[in-house]
Design a protein around this ligand. Structure first.
Ligand code: PMV
Length: 338
């Protein structure tokens, strides 16, 4: 099924007159149970459900302003982006899903508060902020679950960034994917901390889109992944309800390593780790042996996200002086856009 067909069913027949301007913020998110593998590549429908925690004020703020002229203008962190770059093309293609060809072109100002080198996917917060801003600009007044399903068509993990805190992305069963959206949890966990460790600034060579496809097509080990992810999801939900950090950390770390195992078992092999990644994992295992309750997770890149509670923050900062600590449940005001 074509994504524009699916989206158009939820929009008025004629693109409404846009407001003068609309602006929205979406936080980035880190999956504790990962999404790896699509059952539908056009709609970004996943093979397994996933669960994430959002990164408070680290994310994307996007402003849309209707402009005269034939082309959209895209700016990233204050700088004009070349219209033929893949960044600009993805944004324009996404905007086109929501407006008629005759509708006014837009200036898109997008600001990421995520450190660019931190290896965090800005596509998750980027497509979520863009979806929210589109919804506002045209006054669509879409339910957040529908916005989540739409953001998913930009980037799978963006479905989770429509909400804050702990969020589950339910995989759904429908062919049009409209039941494949995120659902936020009521539970909060004020002591929960995520430490972002930038270990290398090297660009990754294989993006998640082609990485997951390669795994799906070539790794026999991948067969066990959906079962593991479903079991991990249930364990994580229970750990969140019980505020059991040990179970949460164990499950998240094993889930990330299992996903990486399927990647390594692909052909050609897909190894996102660098020597610094392995050294950091070993340091975390040593800390754990010495009684510190700390775990980690990793996405499709070499950097590590350290999981711990507030009581361990001093020892984590001492061990990893370059760590950036995020408190997902502390009240933080999103950064102002420039
Ligand atoms: O939706 P994408 O293309 O950003 O893929 C995300 C893949 C992982 O970050 C590895 C896992 C996840 O669930 O975020």
């Amino acid at each position: 099924m074509d994504k524009s067909q699916v989206i158009k069913r939820f929009l008025p027949a004629n693109t409404p007159t846009p407001d003068d301007q609309a602006e929205a913020f979406a936080a980035s998110n880190i999956a504790l149970c990962k999404y790896w593998g699509k059952r539908d590549r056009e709609l970004n429908l996943p093979i397994n459900p996933s669960l994430s925690v959002s990164l408070a004020d680290l994310g994307t703020r996007t402003r849309l302003t209707p402009i005269e002229g034939k082309k959209d203008k895209i700016r990233l962190n204050g700088k004009v982006v070349n219209g033929s770059s893949s960044f600009a093309t993805k944004i324009v293609e996404f905007l086109d899903l929501f407006r008629s060809s005759k509708a006014a072109r837009l200036q898109v100002d997008t600001h990421n508060s995520i450190p660019t080198a931190a290896g965090l996917a800005s596509s998750a917060s980027g497509f979520a902020a863009l979806t929210k801003a589109i919804n506002q600009l045209y006054g669509f007044d879409l339910d957040p679950a529908i916005q989540s399903a739409f953001a998913r068509m930009g980037s799978g993990s963006a479905s989770r960034s429509i909400f804050d805190g702990f969020v589950e992305w339910q995989m759904g069963v429908r062919e049009d994917g409209m039941d494949s959206h995120a659902v936020p949890f009521e539970e909060s966990w004020p002591e929960f901390r995520i430490g972002l460790l930038t270990l290398t600034e090297a660009e990754k060579t294989v993006g998640s889109r082609s990485g997951m496809q390669r795994t799906l097509e070539t790794a026999h080990l991948y067969q066990s992944w959906p079962l593991q992810a479903c079991a991990d999801l249930e364990k994580l939900k229970q750990a969140i309800r019980d505020r059991n950090f040990e179970i949460l950390g164990q499950t998240a770390e094993q889930n990330a390593l299992s996903m990486h195992a399927t990647m390594i078992a692909s052909w050609p092999p897909l190894l996102y780790w660098q020597p610094e990644s392995v050294a950091t994992m070993q340091r975390i295992w040593q800390l754990r042996e010495s009684g510190v309750c700390v775990y980690f997770t990793m996405d499709a890149g070499p950097n590590i996200k350290v999981l711990f509670e507030a009581g361990q923050q001093a020892v984590i900062e001492q061990t990893f002086p370059q760590v950036k600590v995020v408190s997902p449940f502390a009240c933080q005001t999103p950064v102002a856009s420039g």
